[in-house]
Design a protein around this ligand. Structure first.
Ligand code: NAD
Length: 459
């Protein structure tokens, strides 16, 4: 069997590796660097910056822990941004070469070029045609643009450009309080930028639990990040004021019926991402798609039975790990195998300080589906390890079914929404319990080591 995979991001390259392990011949086509957005200009480089911000914050609070790192506290709190950028490039390079080594496998042919689908089984790459039994499209997404006057001004930054910025701006306006906007707001606030976030919706992280969003907003505000929700950005223009390196932007927005404006040295546009569907030749094979993504069924199969689509390009969950498991599902379907992957239970994490994480349904979602539920909560301030770490800000909310007739066991864990120290790692336990259809009773019978952050789940 032979499969052509278009796009070598986490979805594409992991599917290629798994297919090759199963003895399937793979042609993997990539127009940029292997690793895709996640490795080259997304998850990984941002996490390098998050780590620098975390170290910096720890140094700033070192004296609270009885640690005198050096006599001049002024010196301690400085960031060498050139070194941060260098480390970011080194980490990305190290991981990318690791992926390249893995892909150097006898059954995988990696082609560098732009792929266009010619028909249900044929893909053209730079003038050469390749034929296969199946095609998997994993072309990802790109930053959405800001559809307001001045939204295309030169110098406005996307997340990719933000990662390449050569200095810490004195002030930063972030448009969009989604995952990307908040992660950069958190990092650059630590680095010393005066950060203002403008969010169109009434809460930050609109798709997250509203309680979590409210408390995380308070926590980020306490760190000095100004967050304005229900702010409808109306225009962006070049400002008269000279800020930082002599450049500024004026952002006009409507808030509570009044026109407001703010001036910042740089503006980050983080208003979502759009599936990359144009120029792929999907219409040549009768694949149904729209600007919102390629239509797929539960097996990631498109309207053309020999073509599958996985990851951001489907417009479903835009998360690297979702793409990987969607790829596995597509491959299993191609191989005629069933699997136990539940693609509806996908944990997600926001790498702000403190971190936020979520898995499963929110109370709002349960209500929308007519599922009776209740929430149990616990707080990091009552957790011994969190107190010792000096990181007590945060809470856990576990959503459980309430009574029979909900289609779930009474007390079955349906969702977990949390923020606090190491929330992104801690959410794994809740993911397991939800996948295993466990109840809150089951959770209370599981021993958690003391003193650990995981005891926060002893609700
Ligand atoms: P998003 O959809 O999460 O958030 C975009 C935000 O911008 C929303 O809150 C939206 O209401 C707001 N917005 C839209 N237009 C606006 C306007 N004109 N003015 C003000 N606000 C406006 O998108 P994102 O943060 O750009 O992230 C894109 C995708 O990438 C998401 O699906 C996200 O899950 C994924 N991602 C995940 C991670 C992670 O898992 N840690 C990190 C980065 C990105």
């Amino acid at each position: 069997m032979k499969i052509i995979i278009i796009g070598a991001g986490p979805g594409g390259y992991e599917t290629a590796l798994e297919a090759a392990k199963r003895g399937i011949e793979v042609v993997l086509v990539e127009k940029g660097n292997v690793g895709g957005t996640c490795l080259n200009e997304g998850c990984i480089p941002t996490k390098v910056m998050c780590r620098s911000a975390e170290v910096l914050e720890e140094m700033r609070s070192a004296s609270d822990f009885g640690v005198i790192a050096c006599s001049g506290t002024e010196e301690m709190s400085k960031i060498d941004f050139g070194k941060v950028r260098q480390r970011k490039s080194e980490v990305v390079e190290q991981l990318r070469s690791g992926v390249e080594t893995l892909l150097d496998y006898k059954l995988i042919t990696l082609l560098h070029g732009r792929a266009v689908i010619k028909d249900a089984h044929t893909v053209e790459v730079d003038g050469n045609e390749y034929v296969s039994d199946y095609i998997i499209v994993a072309t990802g997404s790109s930053s959405a643009s800001l559809n307001v006057q001045g939204g295309d001004l030169p110098g406005l930054l996307s997340s990719r450009e933000m990662l390449d910025i050569d200095h810490v701006p004195s002030s930063l306006c972030v448009i969009g309080a989604g995952v990307i906007g908040l992660e950069f707001a958190s990092v650059f606030s630590s680095f010393g930028s005066r950060v203002t976030v403008l969010e169109y919706c009434g809460q930050i992280l609109p798709r997250f639990d509203s309680d979590l969003a409210k408390r995380l907003k308070q926590s980020l505000s306490k760190r000095g990040i100004e967050i304005v929700t229900s702010a409808a950005v109306q225009s962006v223009s070049v400002g008269d004021e000279a800020y930082g390196r002599g450049q500024s932007y004026r952002v006009e927005y409507e808030f509570k019926g009044k026109k407001e404006e703010l001036v910042a040295e740089r503006v980050l546009v983080a208003v979502g991402r759009r599936p990359v569907v144009d120029g792929l030749g999907l219409e040549n094979a009768g694949v149904e798609y729209s600007p919102k993504g390629i239509a797929v069924d539960d097996n990631m199969q498109t309207t053309c039975t020999s073509i599958y689509a996985i990851g951001d390009v489907t417009g479903k969950m835009m998360l690297a790990h979702a793409a990987v498991y969607q790829g596995l599902r597509a491959l299993n379907h191609i191989c005629g195998q069933s699997d136990g992957i539940d693609l509806s239970i996908v944990p997600s994490a926001v790498f702000t300080m403190p971190e936020a994480a979520s898995v499963g349904m929110t109370e709002e979602e349960c209500k929308g589906k007519g599922i009776a539920c209740k929430a149990v909560k616990s707080f990091f301030r009552a957790n011994g390890k969190a107190v010792a770490l000096g990181q007590t800000d945060g809470f856990v909310k576990i959503v459980v079914s309430d009574g029979d007739g909900t289609g779930y066991k009474d007390g079955q864990i349906l969702g977990c929404h949390m923020f606090g120290p190491h929330a992104a790692d801690l959410i794994a336990e809740m993911t397991v319990l939800i996948c295993r259809k466990s109840t809150i009773e089951d959770l209370s019978s599981i021993i958690h080591a003391h003193p650990t952050l995981s005891e926060v789940f002893r609700v």
